[in-house]
Write a protein that binds this ligand. Structure first.
Ligand SMILES: [Zn+2]
Ligand SMILES: [Zn+2]
Length: 244
């Protein structure tokens, strides 16, 4: 599986880089995971957006769905008489946002049931409800070759993430804070990401959903220290690709 970062900031785009969005490619299948601000522009550098096979959304905060609307227009305006419809998978606990996933002659919303594994092309996806102010789901994505990619989506740290991420080939975490952050938070710190990677025994940790005002090298150092030397720790950046 090839994972390409299309956007990796939390909250809002900054310095020519957008918010949460990742292109997952396996066996010729193109899955867009979250579709934040700037995702469509970034995607165009890698793939004709009409070649997407599906979109999968972790939750309906705008830093994860801002470009869904323009992606729908792209499909509507480039679709040969509406012959192809792009499936967009999202949860159904927010009917207003779920309903908006369907756009005539362009896209159709499909509700996933988080307690059941979901098959999309070559991917099998398991879900875990996260700790976030709105309903959000972490995802464990497995290929036919049993390679595993775990995406925490947006969440505060909670212990169920450890078995969920167990032995993943790649863990991509919401790391919106450095180690000094205290008090109530809805995202993880660099330290929590590193500790999670170590406790779950993952091979590689990629920090994403990054803050605009903290040096990435600081986040990386803190996470690497917590994760230990056996985990490769990297920071997401637009156009960076990872293979598992
Ligand atoms: Zn977010
Ligand atoms: Zn969020």
């Amino acid at each position: 599986m090839k994972i390409t970062v299309l956007g990796m900031y939390g909250g809002y785009p900054y310095d020519n880089q957008g918010t949460s969005s990742y292109l997952l490619q396996e066996d010729g299948f193109n899955l867009l995971l979250d579709c934040g601000s700037g995702a469509l522009l970034s995607l165009e550098h890698h793939l004709d957006p009409m070649k997407l096979d599906a979109v999968l959304l972790s939750h309906y905060h705008y830093d994860h769905i801002a470009d869904v609307g323009v992606l729908q227009y792209y499909w509507q305006l480039n679709n040969d008489e509406g012959k192809k419809i792009l499936p967009i998978y999202g949860h159904q606990e927010d009917q207003e946002h779920f309903t908006a996933l369907t756009w005539p002659h362009a896209t159709k919303g499909y509700g996933y049931e988080p307690q059941k594994p979901l098959e999309i092309g070559p991917f099998q996806i398991q879900f875990l409800r996260t700790k976030h102010p709105v309903t959000a789901f972490a995802m464990r994505i497995t290929t036919r070759e049993r390679k595993t990619f775990v995406f925490t989506a947006d969440t505060a740290y909670f212990s169920e993430l450890v078995p969920f991420a167990h032995a993943a080939d790649l863990l991509l975490t919401d790391t919106n804070f450095d180690a000094t952050k205290t008090g109530t938070k809805w995202h993880m710190t660099s330290l929590e990401s590193g500790n999670l990677a170590k406790a779950a025994g993952v091979k590689q940790l990629v920090l994403s959903h990054l803050p605009q005002k903290i040096e990435f090298s600081k986040l990386q150092q803190e996470a690497q220290q917590a994760a230990g030397r056996q985990v490769i720790v990297e920071v997401a950046g637009v156009d960076k690709s990872f293979r598992v």
